[in-house]
Design a protein around this ligand. Structure first.
Ligand code: C2E
Ligand code: MG
Ligand code: MG
Ligand code: MG
Length: 283
């Protein structure tokens, strides 16, 4: 009987599936090595006002793979989430961002910059997530009010009471929250008002279709109107053209992020941009 059961299992053997499993396992062990050997790095993408003043940046994870070069998160975040490595990886991002914020306080041009980081569901769901963030801020000596955590709608809505509790705890320390990819999830005003949010981030899929698809124009206008009503700041991501920026500006968007201003860049390039921008503003 045991033998026939095993026989049945063998019937399900699929070389393609096995190859996919092997590939996963390889990625997992490579990710583990990458974390141990500090192969990860943060890139920074500026966030600007309508008159091009830099007010902050979003930290975006990159993997400097020894053979394959620079790898964007789209290729490895999902694997890191599945195997749980996103938790230590997310901690590394948080720690690196806090240290950077602390260092910037000694450089006049960078001192007021806000820094946004992306938080994954698995990381946020840890029971001691808020304590970890508070600890990292303290250990780094970072100004809490300059740290912004980007959370997605679905992340906050699953276990909404737990989310609210964690967010309030962090909010009392000064930490700010932005809703990433806004408009792609559940957009219910009812829950938005329950969350201590600071910013809505309009998803780039709507920005891309501005002036192209009338429906998306309406969505963007609605989001900006919603942000006004809730007294939240609104930022657009994925702004690539002057036309998109003009549409957003005419609807009253506060902040902009996208290739039109700069792609994500290494730290030194970000700092050079900020210093240059500060000197032109002064001039
Ligand atoms: P996201 O947070 O929505 O970040 C925006 C993505 O759009 C980034 O891709 C950014 O490089 C890209 N982008 C910026 N401007 C433009 C533009 O003008 N046009 C277009 N087409 N794209 C633009 P990236 O860096 O590949 O990151 C992809 C996603 O990976 C992020 O989406 C975020 O969800 C996730 N991610 C990045 N870093 C981290 C991290 O440290 N932790 C976690 N958990 N997730 C991260
Ligand atoms: Mg983001
Ligand atoms: Mg986003
Ligand atoms: Mg996005």
């Amino acid at each position: 009987q045991a033998k026939s059961a095993r026989g049945n299992a063998l019937c399900f053997f699929d070389p393609q599936m096995q190859a996919a499993i092997n590939q996963r396992a390889l990625w997992e062990s490579e990710l583990q090595t990458a974390l141990a050997e500090e192969q990860f790095t943060l890139y920074y993408q500026i966030q600007v006002t309508a008159d091009h003043r830099i007010v902050g940046a979003e930290a975006l994870l990159r993997w400097r793979h020894p053979q394959r070069g620079l790898i964007a998160p789209g290729e490895f975040i999902a694997v890191a989430e599945d195997c749980g490595l996103i938790v230590p990886l997310g901690l590394w991002v948080l720690r690196t961002a806090c240290r950077q914020l602390a260092r910037w306080q000694h450089e006049p041009a960078c001192a007021g910059l806000q820094l946004s980081i992306n938080v994954s569901a698995r990381q946020f769901r840890q029971s001691d997530f808020a304590d970890i963030v508070i600890r990292e801020i303290r250990e780094a000596g970072a100004p809490a009010h300059l740290l912004k955590l980007e959370l997605t709608e679905s992340l906050m809505i699953d276990h909404v009471d737990d989310s609210i509790a964690k967010m309030y705890l962090l909010r009392t320390q000064g930490v700010r929250f932005s809703v990433d990819d806004f408009g792609t999830g559940y957009s219910s005003l009812a829950y938005l008002t329950r969350l201590p949010l600071h910013q809505l981030k309009i998803d780039q899929s709507f920005v891309r279709n501005l002036g192209v698809r009338a429906g998306d124009d309406a969505i963007v206008q609605t989001i900006i109107g919603m942000a006004r009503t809730l007294e939240l700041e609104v930022i657009a991501e994925g702004v690539e053209t002057e036309a998109q920026r003009e549409f957003l500006g005419s609807y009253g968007c506060d902040l902009y992020q996208g290739y039109l201003f700069s792609p994500p860049v290494p730290l030194v390039d970000l700092q050079a941009m900020v210093i240059k921008s500060a000197s032109t503003v002064r001039a």
